[in-house]
Design a protein around this ligand. Structure first.
Ligand SMILES: *[C@@H]1O[C@H](CO)[C@@H](O)[C@H](O)[C@H]1NC(C)=O
Ligand SMILES: *[C@@H]1O[C@H](CO)[C@@H](O)[C@H](O)[C@H]1NC(C)=O
Length: 530
């Protein structure tokens, strides 16, 4: 009895010690600490319209002007109102560092909270929405009556079995060998990795195979590399080409929703941006894949967010460049100044929508409301395409439609696979700042977390791995101009622009043309000596 107690006490003591040591080493940004600062900051010190008017009144005291201001308040669309909004907007400079006052005082006139339908069409805010949505529409393939019919008929189509299968089931269905692995990150998240060790004829002799690691896009999962089936989706093509294929899943997607202490039902679990995926998830997954396969280096393929995270990792921890044979970025998302996605553009803190969007985007899991989806392009897609899967799904609304109408129900069933609000906000911040930097908590917390008022930039000249950037002229998220800037900063990089008009962001994964115009080139480039 006594001996048992001694043993128990020893065990408890030891585990408490290990736990303490882990906490010290691993948690870079203590959550309670951030929350403590974040809550008051995110309840922005708003200047109400009344306060704004009152301030104006002190300047403009003539009674006529006061009446005009009151009219403006009611009618929302008089010239004076426009001037008022313009003058507030003009006070907010584009670019960093924003002064404290500008950053913490979002414009908050009541009508900015009113969206679709209720906004007078010629009010400046309605016009700003209109102009954002119009630019996105211009990058879309114009729909013929025939295209529209094919999209609309999809709604009535019989359910495709693939809509309901997970990655393992999809691979088994097509007789590819598959393994499921679980990796724990150094900050306690459990991530699922899928592995296709070989194509079906070559199950033996997997050890010598080169490893390729595939990382999904924004709100995506490993499934996205499999949905079009063998002979089409990239994961099967790579397995057929003799690679040991690993499919990653970022924290927060449907396959990676466990943590040692945090529960995914609570906001606490979701306090991460691309930074945490880049600095904790990717190293854990890459190291695990290398260790398990017995290799020292791997090829990396990232779609969109999967590329953002890679560039952040390779810049912040340059030693990881040594583990990369070659990196292939489909629709690279680093600089976001020219982004055409309405949702991401509206998420920029410099836009008129910020105060409203902060609330709609939330602060935990990203679970967009119908109102947000409709306002950020869903209404436009409903008119243009007339398929309700497309116009109500955040991935289509954020990234544009795909050219493969048949694939829409399956894609719509697998996406969105989950992600955090911070990830979306961080892209919005990149639109406003024109820079690729860590998540911006606002000056007060930045100072505590990073030691500087402005978050640090990721230095692209530290990304020494050989990189190929695959871009498309009409991609809503990855604009060729932004890609050109990225390429100019990367020491070993080349760009391949897809020779196809209106090739959309998600066409990189779901277009019937992708195997021919993207994957063929990618696999050839991977096969060459590095
Ligand atoms: C995929 O589905 C199969 C069958 O339902 C299940 O056994 C497996 O655990 C699932 N895999 C994951 C990673 O969810
Ligand atoms: C970025 O990295 C390069 C190469 O290491 C270095 O020469 C340069 O000074 C860095 N730039 C900044 C702004 O830190």
């Amino acid at each position: 009895m006594k001996a048992a107690c001694v043993l128990l006490c020893l065990a408890l003591g030891a585990s408490a010690n290990i736990f303490k040591r882990q906490r010290q080493n691993l948690i870079e940004q203590p959550q309670e600490y951030i929350n403590q600062y974040q809550r008051p900051l995110y309840r922005p010190r708003e200047q109400t319209y009344q306060e704004y008017i009152r301030a104006q009144k002190q300047v403009q005291s003539s009674s006529e002007e006061t009446r005009e201001i009151q009219d403006a308040y009611q009618g929302l669309n008089t010239p004076l109102y426009s001037a008022a909004v313009m003058s507030v907007q003009d006070a907010i400079p584009r670019g960093y560092p924003p002064s404290k006052r500008e950053w913490t005082m979002p414009i908050n006139v009541p009508e900015l909270g009113i969206w679709r339908g209720q906004l007078p069409v010629d009010s400046p805010v309605a016009q700003e929405i209109q102009s954002i949505v119009t630019q996105a529409k211009q990058a879309m393939k114009p729909m013929t009556a025939e295209d529209k019919t094919s999209f609309q008929s999809l709604a009535a189509q019989k359910d495709d079995e693939n809509a309901h299968l997970n990655a393992t089931e999809l691979l088994k269905k097509y007789q590819y060998p598959v393994e499921e692995h679980t990796v724990k990150t150094d900050d306690g998240y459990f991530l699922t990795l899928f592995r296709i060790p070989a194509k079906k004829q070559q199950i033996r002799d997997v050890t010598a195979k080169p490893v390729v690691f595939l990382m999904h896009g924004l709100l995506g999962s490993a499934d996205d590399w499999l949905l079009m089936g063998p002979g089409k989706s990239l994961a099967y093509l790579l397995a057929d080409a003799g690679y040991d294929v690993w499919l990653g899943n970022a924290r927060g997607n449907k396959y990676s929703r466990r943590h040692v202490t945090k529960h995914a039902a609570l906001d606490d679990f979701w306090q991460f941006s691309t930074d945490e995926v880049a600095l904790h998830d990717l190293p854990a997954m890459i190291d695990y894949a290398l260790k398990t396969s017995g290799q020292e280096k791997l090829h990396y393929v990232g779609h969109a967010f999967g590329s953002t995270a890679f560039f952040a990792l390779a810049a912040a921890r340059p030693a990881y460049n040594e583990k990369i044979i070659s990196m292939h970025a489909l629709s690279p998302m680093v600089y976001m100044s020219h982004v055409r996605s309405p949702l991401i553009r509206m998420s920029a803190p410099t836009g008129s929508f910020w105060a409203r969007l902060q609330r709609l985007i939330g602060r935990g899991a990203f679970e967009p409301t119908k109102e947000l989806i409709a306002s950020a392009g869903g209404d436009m897609l409903a008119t243009e395409i007339g398929n309700n899967i497309v116009s109500s799904n955040v991935n289509f609304v954020m990234s544009g439609v795909i050219d493969n109408a048949e694939q829409v129900p399956v894609v719509g069933a697998h996406l969105p696979a989950g992600g955090s609000s911070r990830t979306i906000k961080q892209y919005g911040q990149a639109v406003a700042s024109g820079e690729f930097m860590k998540y911006d908590f606002g000056p007060a917390i930045n100072s505590q977390v990073y030691g500087t008022v402005v978050p640090s930039k990721y230095n692209m000249s530290k990304v020494t791995a050989p990189v190929t950037l695959y871009s498309a002229a009409d991609d809503w998220l990855s604009h060729p101009t932004d890609v050109a800037r990225l390429q100019s900063e990367l020491p070993h990089s080349e760009t391949y622009e897809v020779p196809e008009p209106h090739f959309s962001h998600m066409d990189f994964q779901f277009s019937t043309k992708a195997p021919e115009i993207v994957y063929k080139k990618l696999i050839e480039s991977m096969n060459r000596p590095y």
